[in-house]
Design a protein around this ligand. Structure first.
Ligand code: NOJ
Length: 561
């Protein structure tokens, strides 16, 4: 089942089309430890994914992206990797991975894996060797070790705060300090070290040789650093897109040199036929995104602007317009993301009062209160989420769906504090509840010990209301959100053509109306009241309605007549 490596250029039209498969793909994100548990140990696993391939095929997706399934102590949900070229034994084996890939491919579903190059875990063989080795050794030079400040070096080398709170420096027994932009258990690698670069090229080939079709690159904007001393005070966990530092000059983020790394990765991707795809997780200023998405680099970059947007026609219009302009500049396709494993689920965001500031302060405070500080309008949030996904799926470019959104899942806000797993909670000293609420294992059945997730309880507690929104409850219901996703993806496959769109008359501060080539049109009414439905044959609506008025918080797909 392995695909052979080749350096032959991609030349004929058919193969070229295949090489571009990712440009308008619908990619379904699986958070493996919370997807399906085949052995009843409470953690989802690869055999669980295999058992649900018929479900994935029934959705009509083009690819899955698996969040990390590598050996890990789960200090950060698996983004603390002990070994990049193996499977966590609790999740399965490399043979399971090969079987999963082969079976997904047999259903024409591509496989994207998550690569975490900014940091290893503190259990990685390299970090253990670094701790055992003396100061100044080659083993320490794979990471970022520094002496501390003050007469006995007891002060950290700088006052920088980590992304989840707490300092970025941790002291080791011989008195040196190591840098970690995230948790203490995630030491940052030294990307100035050729050995580090070569090892990741080996990892990319390892998975590509096993038939992986692409890579999602974690913290893609963090690898290149300038740690020339003295290390000045600066915002680390803050918003680096706010323009307070000239582009490319932050010592830790989004430095121009990072693209040399991805140019090398691209050469590896292009050794394969079709070339392996890449998508960057890069939280950078929009003007800096095209470089990550360039054909000489990773090829595609997430646009996270919809994660920050309220349910509002003006905000969606701005995001779509900017994303279109980006795509033209970068020669890549657009990406659309409403939810992922790091943010409050969008059905919930849209059912809470609008956010006035970036970063979802309302939703985060609501989580901290266990879901009581604000009234969540569950029905309204779901209605808007259904309208939003039809809008997004009608746009040119690729759409990244997050497991459970096809069930219309809301965030789970009331996980008891003593069961919280996300390190953001402890590191922020309780100022953040963290991201567990969108990572609660999926409900497959209406009852059972973990609603069909596995034979025993799930690793995060599931709420009682999960049963009513399970796959089983929605599977054959023509009005369910699951049915809507299946219908939408079915239509999209039939209607998707060139990567272009035109705004149509009727687009205003309440309504977005656009056309795709071939007569496919999409109109969304963001409310508050009904608006006249444009002419055309209605083929799909986010909620049922009668008559010639498009109700508030509703999307309709039309065919021009
Ligand atoms: C981004 C990932 O999406 C997030 O879950 C993780 O905590 C950080 N990178 C650190 O790896």
């Amino acid at each position: 089942m392995r695909s052979a490596r080749t350096t032959r250029p991609v030349s004929d039209r058919g193969r070229l089309a295949d090489a571009q498969w990712w440009r308008q793909a619908v990619v379904y994100q699986i958070y493996p430890r919370s997807f399906a548990d085949s052995d009843g140990n409470g953690l989802g696993d690869l055999a669980g994914v295999i058992s649900r391939i018929p479900y994935l095929a029934s959705l009509g997706i083009d690819a899955v992206w698996l969040s990390p399934f590598y050996p890990s102590a789960l200090a950060d949900g698996g983004y603390d990797v002990d070994d990049y070229r193996d499977v966590d034994p609790r999740l399965g084996t490399l043979a399971d991975f090969d079987e999963m890939t082969a079976r997904l491919h047999a259903r024409r579903i591509k496989v994207i894996v998550d690569i975490v190059p900014n940091h290893t875990s503190n259990r990685h063989a390299w970090f253990r060797a670094a701790l055992a080795a003396p100061k100044g050794s080659p083993a320490r030079n794979r990471y970022i070790f520094r002496d501390g400040l003050g007469p006995d070096g007891a002060q950290p080398p700088s006052d920088w705060a980590s992304m989840f709170g707490g300092p970025v420096w941790t002291r080791v027994p011989d008195g040196q300090w190591y840098l970690h932009l995230f948790t203490t258990e995630q030491p940052d690698l030294n990307w100035d070290n050729r050995e580090v670069r070569d090892d990741f090229l080996k990892t990319l080939r390892f998975w590509s040789d096993r038939g992986v079709d692409g890579f999602r690159v974690d913290v893609a904007h963090g690898l290149a650093k300038n740690l020339a001393e003295p290390l000045a005070s600066l915002p680390v966990g803050g918003d680096i897109t706010d323009g307070s530092l000239p582009p490319g000059t932050h010592p830790l983020w989004d430095r121009d040199e990072v693209h040399d790394i991805y140019a090398e990765w691209r050469q590896v991707f292009n050794e394969y036929d079709p070339p392996r795809a890449g998508v960057a997780e890069a939280w950078v200023h929009p003007s800096r995104r095209p470089k990550y998405a360039s054909p000489d680099g990773l090829g595609q970059a997430f646009n996270f602007d919809l994660l920050e947007a309220n349910w509002n026609a003006g905000e969606f219009l701005r995001v779509i317009t900017d994303n279109l302009a980006d795509a033209q500049r970068q020669g890549s396709s657009m990406t659309w993301v409403l939810s992922n494993h790091d943010v409050v689920r969008h059905a919930t965001r849209y059912g809470l009062p609008p956010e006035e500031h970036r970063g979802h302060p309302n939703a985060r405070n609501w989580l901290l209160s266990g879901g009581t500080s604000l009234r969540l309008e569950r029905g309204l949030g779901l209605r808007r989420a259904r309208a939003a996904v039809l809008l997004v799926l009608a746009l040119p470019g690729s759409a990244y769906l997050y497991q459970g959104e096809e069930l219309g899942l809301h965030e789970v806000p009331d996980i008891p504090f003593d069961l919280v797993q996300d390190p953001a909670y402890a590191r922020s000293q309780g100022a953040e509840k963290g991201r567990d609420g969108c990572r609660v294992p999926l409900p497959w059945t209406s009852g059972g010990p973990s609603f069909g997730f596995g034979a025993g309880p799930a690793h995060l507690p599931q709420p009682a209301w999960f049963g009513a929104v399970s796959v089983q409850a929605q599977d054959r219901d023509p009005a369910s959100t699951l049915t809507l996703y299946r219908q939408a993806l079915g239509w999209r496959h039939k209607l998707q053509t060139a990567e272009s769109m035109d705004w149509m008359p009727g687009t205003n501060g309440q309504v977005l109306h656009f056309a795709r080539p071939g007569g496919w049109r999409c109109v969304t009414n963001f409310g508050p009241g009904p608006v006249p439905l444009p002419n055309g044959t209605v083929i799909l609506t986010s909620v049922p309605f009668e008559g010639s008025q498009l109700p508030a918080d509703t999307t309709a797909w039309l065919l021009s007549t």
